[in-house]
Design a protein around this ligand. Structure first.
Ligand code: ADP
Length: 471
């Protein structure tokens, strides 16, 4: 079967979060099963672009209402990622360093989608499945179905994966003129709550819709940032497939970002060395448990609760632990986290920014990874933590519910708390400190965590079954 993934991110080309990791791994494991999996994404000006060799495979032109643009599709020459990787360049729109965050993101991603559909429509044979990810690519199922110029593609199955329904790409209905001539009777497909809503449009028009964990799908029936009724209506074509992790990239025995490698048998010593490296670098005390948070500093991740939970932990539990926060996001949260550095007595530090290498060192060197998420469609941090023998301390929601069992329960290994609140998180931190001092139990838990298998294997099969079901 031939599948083309269309995405705004793909690790290691460009990544802002879990979407990048998933699109960097899923096609590789689909290819391993004998399918032809391809990825197409915008040609941002990234290091990966400069460091690799490319060939031009297509040139075309299309238009965004009355703005005509040329686009170029290039392909990575060596199959470096284990699948065919294509980048789309549009001068003036996609030739930027960052992935998101520009005032003209609607124009950037709409023109990208138009170029992708225009290019695929020109293929001699069509793919079996176009698999789009999140709102940046969710208008494609509509275009394939209802744009007159692409009628040849109407039989191509489309799948939309929702990695995070909080972001829907809403914009004014006046922007519907950007799309290539389409059947005006289908205007309702584009609209949700008075706006052009690409994610809602994708949910309506894709043949199948998936979310990245079964529990997230269930939760979205009552909490989906305004899309609850739509998801209820379309539930027949929705399913939840848990993300996997790439065990080649995320392997403490060979991780290219860490120096002290380890496996299940050498985890105690390996983690100790990585922790010493981190503590030395950031002025922390290696004798105390090291609790980390890695991620976007936004309310969905519960990051706004961190400063108070850290202060409360120091106050109520005592200076018995270290904290290290790696992340970037809302300026007010970043500011607060920097401010509380003044409180540190060699037991708190933070790095505000994005640093892939540091994140790997933290999974390896920390004792606990904190995830107080309000919303967590799947969550990858906890899966990486498990693989690196680091205990996840998580709020019981979405994918965290599906992947972390409390160590107080049968066969458990993590720490779960119920509410995204400072109190519950502080209680989780207290339990972490207690567990840290029960060395034997912690060792057993580490071993159990490192033996868990969250690789892509079973999820890839679920995706293939889903594609097969549409044939
Ligand atoms: P998201 O909702 O952000 O996609 P996930 O848990 O699915 O959350 O994935 C987050 C991914 O991004 C993980 O690989 C995590 O290590 C990485 N990450 C997040 N923030 C940072 C950061 N500041 N520096 C390095 N890696 C980060």
């Amino acid at each position: 079967m031939e599948i083309i993934h269309v995405s705004a991110e793909c690790y290691p080309v460009a990544k802002a979060g879990g979407l990048g990791d998933v699109v960097g791994a899923l096609p590789k494991y689909q290819s391993d099963l004998g399918h032809v999996a391809k990825v197409v994404m915008p040609m941002y000006r990234t290091k990966f672009l400069r460091d690799n060799e490319w060939e031009v495979v297509h040139k075309g032109y299309a238009h965004l209402h009355n703005y005509w643009f040329n686009y170029t599709v290039i392909k990575e020459k060596t199959n470096k990622l284990g699948f065919d990787l294509y980048l789309v360049d549009i001068y003036g729109l996609l030739d930027r360093e960052k992935i998101y965050g520009y005032g003209d993101d609607t124009e950037r991603f709409t023109s990208f989608q138009i170029a992708v559909v225009d290019w695929i429509a020109a293929w001699a044979h069509l793919p079996d499945v176009i698999h789009v990810h999140d709102h940046h690519t969710a208008l494609i199922p509509f275009m394939v179905k209802y744009c007159y110029a692409y009628q040849r593609m109407q039989g191509v199955a489309t799948v939309l994966t929702i990695h995070n329904a909080q972001y829907q790409g809403q914009t004014g209905m006046d922007k519907t003129v950007y799309l290539p001539d389409w059947d005006l009777w289908k205007r309702g497909m584009l609209e949700w709550a008075g706006a052009l809503n690409p994610l809602a449009c994708g949910i309506r028009c894709a043949w199948k819709v998936t979310t990245v964990s079964p529990t997230y799908l269930e939760e979205m029936r009552h909490s989906a940032a305004g899309l609850e009724a739509l998801l209820e209506y379309e539930k027949g074509k929705c399913s939840g497939i848990l993300n996997g992790i790439d065990p080649v990239v995320w392997n403490p025995a060979s991780d290219k970002y860490i120096q002290d490698h380890y496996d299940e048998d050498t985890a105690e010593e390996g983690k100790r060395r990585n922790k010493a490296e981190l503590c030395g670098r950031y002025g922390l005390d290696p004798r105390k448990p090291l609790i980390t948070f890695i991620g976007r500093l936004v309310a969905d991740k519960g990051a706004d609760l961190l400063p108070q939970a850290i202060e409360d932990s120091f106050y109520y539990i005592g200076r018995k632990m270290n904290f290290f926060i790696l992340g970037s996001g809302l300026p007010e949260i970043e500011g607060r986290l920097q401010q509380i550095r003044d409180l540190s007595r060699g037991d708190y530090n933070t790095y505000i920014g994005y640093d892939e290498g540091l994140s790997h060192l933290l999974y390896a060197g920390a004792d606990f990874v904190l995830m107080p998420s309000r919303v967590e469609p799947c969550g990858l941090n906890q899966l990486y933590a498990l693989r690196y023998g680091t205990v996840p301390v998580v709020r019981n929601t979405g994918g965290l519910h599906d992947t972390v069992i409390d160590y107080g329960d049968k066969d458990g290994y993590g720490i779960r708390f119920l509410h995204a609140s400072v109190q519950d998180m502080t209680h989780g931190i207290w339990r972490s400190v207690e567990l840290f001092h029960q060395q034997e139990m912690l060792r057993d838990i580490r071993r159990r965590m490192m033996q868990l298998d969250f690789s892509w294997e079973s999820s890839v099969r679920s995706y293939i079954d889903l594609y097969e079901s549409m044939r």
